[in-house]
Write a protein that binds this ligand. Structure first.
Ligand SMILES: Cc1ncc(COP(=O)(O)O)c(C=O)c1O
Length: 389
């Protein structure tokens, strides 16, 4: 891969898959940081392929298809329309396992080369704070390689996510707010305490573990490959729902690296939209990362939406999101709750995908701004997570 500069410029970069292996962590391995790390420490390329297979060989390129029913419903013409990339059958039921797989491969490379400060018998725990798709992805991957995992969840959590975590052998810690706690989510506080005691941050947020952004790009590479194979290298909009922000940043970056022109339409809900707020000020600040708290702070009111997986009160990866918004000439869309609800119905009923309200929130963004798009516009929405109830 030709290298991309730190401002996100990738004009000369072109990621192309290597062979036709169905597992994207094999097919695109040469473009990922864990693979460069492995080779630079003496591991053979053949051994990296073996390592992917042994870690998790369930990843497959997820389908992207023009939905004629959705395109008709939204009055797009035959030359335009809505393509849906359906991630609901991915490992763990969402895109989160892509982020975590690149962390896990990095750890396993270090372990198998004997350069990690532990042995397979004395592995430190992985740690994550989540009670949703990220936790399930973490538990799925950790279970497969028998790596201990601590999951920090809210005191009130229950239901199918918790029972799935239990069945996968995760070590669950419920986190009530303690009177001496500083402001902030108690599950994040307990997670950070565990990391400071030696646990490994198995996180889907770049500031906690930047290696998660590495594997997230596979979604964008696959998307670009599928669209370019279908003769389309130029989209009018790529709708991606934003919670912590890692997904949008890595998808957009991946699409760009693989030569797909795709303006990022980052979607938040009216009940929690810290990225929309940051975008209005940070877009004109060339030193935005140094002025973090001028642009990003916790959403002041109780975050609320049916799309409850994207209610992060801060967009942790906002700097990378703003880089992508600027580089692709994109925008932030704030979806009204009525469109979040309508999108959650259209996913199963019109498109025929068993997608969750969080997973269809990108479609809510399209509903919000449909009137501003031409009838022959070509747009992509990411259906990122399965409905579990
Ligand atoms: C299904 C689904 N889609 C999208 C997102 C948003 O991803 P990110 O938090 O990286 O912005 C999440 C986050 O939990 C999710 O569960």
């Amino acid at each position: 891969m030709e290298s991309a500069d730190v401002d996100g410029g990738t004009d000369n970069a072109r990621v192309r898959s290597d062979g036709d292996d169905p597992n994207p962590f094999v097919r695109f391995r040469r473009f990922m940081a864990w693979h460069a790390f492995a080779l630079s420490h003496g591991m053979s390329d053949a051994a990296t392929v073996e390592l992917v297979r042994d870690t998790n060989d369930g990843f497959r390129t997820t389908p992207v298809v023009r939905s004629s029913s959705l395109s008709d419903e939204l009055a797009f013409s035959a030359s335009g329309g809505v393509w849906v990339k359906d991630e609901t059958a991915n490992v763990g039921g969402s895109q989160k396992a892509r982020h975590l797989m690149s962390i896990l491969l990095h750890l396993r490379v270090a372990e198998s080369l004997g350069i990690a400060p532990w042995t397979p018998e004395s592995r430190p725990s992985l740690a994550i704070s989540s009670c949703g798709n990220a936790a399930i992805a973490a538990a799925t991957l950790a279970h497969e390689v028998r790596w201990p995992l601590d999951v920090f969840i809210p005191e009130w959590a229950g239901g199918v996510v918790v029972s799935t975590l239990e069945s996968l052998g995760a070590n669950i810690t419920r986190c009530p707010r303690r009177s001496e706690d500083p402001p902030g989510d108690p599950t994040v506080l307990r997670f950070r305490e565990a990391v400071s005691r030696g646990a490994i941050p198995f996180s889907v947020q770049g500031p906690e573990n930047a290696l998660c952004l590495d594997g997230g790009r596979t979604f964008g590479w696959e998307l670009a490959e599928s669209m370019i194979d279908a003769g389309i290298d130029d989209l009018d909009a790529l709708f991606v729902q934003v919670g912590g922000g890692a997904f949008a940043a890595s998808v957009s970056r991946g699409a760009r690296e693989a030569g797909l022109r795709a303006p990022l339409f980052a979607v938040q809900t009216e009940g929690c939209a810290p990225l929309a707020r940051a975008w209005t000020t940070a877009r004109d600040d060339d030193a935005m990362a140094r002025h973090w708290s001028d642009h990003m702070w916790a959403w002041e009111t109780e975050p609320r939406s049916l799309a409850d997986g994207i209610l992060d009160d801060e967009t942790y990866d906002w700097v990378a999101d703003v880089v992508e918004l600027k580089a692709t000439n994109g925008r932030v869309i704030v979806a009204r709750e009525k469109n979040v609800i309508r999108a959650s119905q259209m996913g199963p009923e019109v498109v025929g995908v068993n997608v969750s309200p969080t997973g269809s929130a990108g479609l809510a963004g399209l509903l919000e701004c449909r009137a501003e798009l031409a009838d022959d516009a070509r747009v992509v929405v990411a259906f990122s997570g399965v409905r579990r109830d």
